[in-house]
Write a protein of this length. Structure first.
Length: 382
């Protein structure tokens, strides 16, 4: 498409404060003294509509079924993940200024400022897409845009089985953990499917139970009749109005929750969550970034330090409040449950994990913690 012509039409639409509809595009073309075929006019209208109202040249990727992430590394490198890992697309921008304009427009639709004084933004678009941008020259290779696209469908335990993430026996165990009101965390790296698995499990919570979910960015969407969702808020440009996950966990305790869920445990809110799990709020859960289940106690203890809680106190809360950790992995685009561990105290009084179930090649193997985990599920259902 003629970029000069597109720019002239774009400028006319902006000057007249008109939407990028087919009629307005044809009117702008007439004012420019240009006549296009019907197909060419439709193409130009679609391009400008995506630019004005969507994500511009990225919009086709965002609309493509199966795409989970779109990443822009400057004007000449646009990557996407269709479920098999990142792949370079053929999409390019004319210049970094074009990437910058798109980043600023996306940020503005989320009510956020993005300029030289505030060159980074983390926000959520109206459709739930997670947006992160860094302007050049902070991003040295050019303005970066990261878009995480929410799933259009609610995952179920059955869909996890169909995808090969778990088998029937593992599914039955996970459902038993839910019905037994075990408190657990789902661990794993970025893109391993922690939110997907947690949503699927929450759908199996007793329909009479009230689930209160707190998140930094609304991603959990369980198919359950009684869900209350709350989202944290960053401070405004004056530094006021911040609402943290810690604030929301405290608030959730006063909302008569049957299950308290933290979308991602990533800071001092870990103390409020563990305290709640130790004071009668059974069945709470959440996700945490960790490279292995064995690393989870140390990860939680490190987060506790951000709240000024000593290691010994945090380990006491972990050991008496949490029952298990479900660890997820991703290999060659496939996401699966890699293991389930229970929390135990060692001789020094610190929490460690003990394997109950591990995945070896294509099978899941019962380990020494299996009987204890099954026993906890049965006691919770009694």
């Amino acid at each position: 498409m003629n970029q000069v012509l597109a720019s002239r039409v774009r400028n006319r639409l902006i000057a007249s404060n008109a939407v990028a509809s087919r009629g307005n595009v044809i009117e702008a073309l007439r004012e420019e003294g240009v006549v296009l075929s019907e197909d060419s006019a439709d193409e130009l209208a679609l391009v400008l509509e995506r630019e004005f109202n969507g994500a511009g040249v990225l919009q086709p990727l965002l609309e493509e079924h199966g795409v989970t992430d779109v990443l822009v590394n400057g004007p000449h490198a646009v990557w996407c993940d269709r479920g098999l890992g990142l792949e370079l697309t053929g999409i390019k921008f004319a210049s970094d200024n074009e990437v910058r304009r798109l980043a600023q427009r996306l940020a503005s639709t989320a009510g956020r400022r993005l300029d030289d004084a505030a060159p980074m933004v983390d926000a959520q678009l109206r459709d739930g897409t997670r947006l992160h941008c860094v302007l050049a020259p902070i991003a040295t290779a050019g303005t970066t845009i990261s878009l995480r696209i929410p799933s259009a469908k609610a995952f179920t335990v059955e869909s996890l089985i169909a995808a090969g993430s778990i088998n029937e026996e593992v599914a039955n165990l996970l459902v038993s953990m839910i019905s037994g009101r075990l408190a657990f965390l789902i661990s794993g790296g970025t893109g391993t499917g922690k939110t997907t698995v947690l949503s699927a499990l929450l759908a199996r919570v007793n329909p009479t139970h009230r689930i209160v979910i707190v998140e930094d960015s609304s991603e959990l969407n369980p198919s359950h009749p009684h869900v209350v969702r709350m989202q944290s808020r960053l401070a405004n440009v004056e530094g006021q109005g911040s609402i943290t996950l810690r604030d929301l966990v405290r608030t959730s305790l006063r909302m008569r929750p049957d299950r308290i869920v933290v979308g991602e445990v990533r800071g001092p809110e870990v103390v409020e969550l563990l305290t709640a799990l130790n004071t009668g709020h059974e069945g709470g859960c959440g996700t945490v970034h960790a490279n292995s289940p064995q690393a989870v106690p140390a990860r939680l203890a490190a987060l506790g330090l951000t709240a000024g809680i000593e290691r010994e106190a945090l380990h006491a809360l972990i050991g008496s409040g949490l029952d298990a950790v479900i660890h997820l992995s991703r290999v060659a685009g496939r996401r699966f449950v890699d293991g389930i561990h229970i929390f135990d105290f060692n001789e020094q009084g610190f929490v460690t994990t003990r394997a109950a179930l591990t995945r070896q090649d294509e099978t899941w193997v019962k380990e020494s913690g299996w009987s204890e985990l099954v026993g906890r599920c049965e006691r919770g259902q009694a």
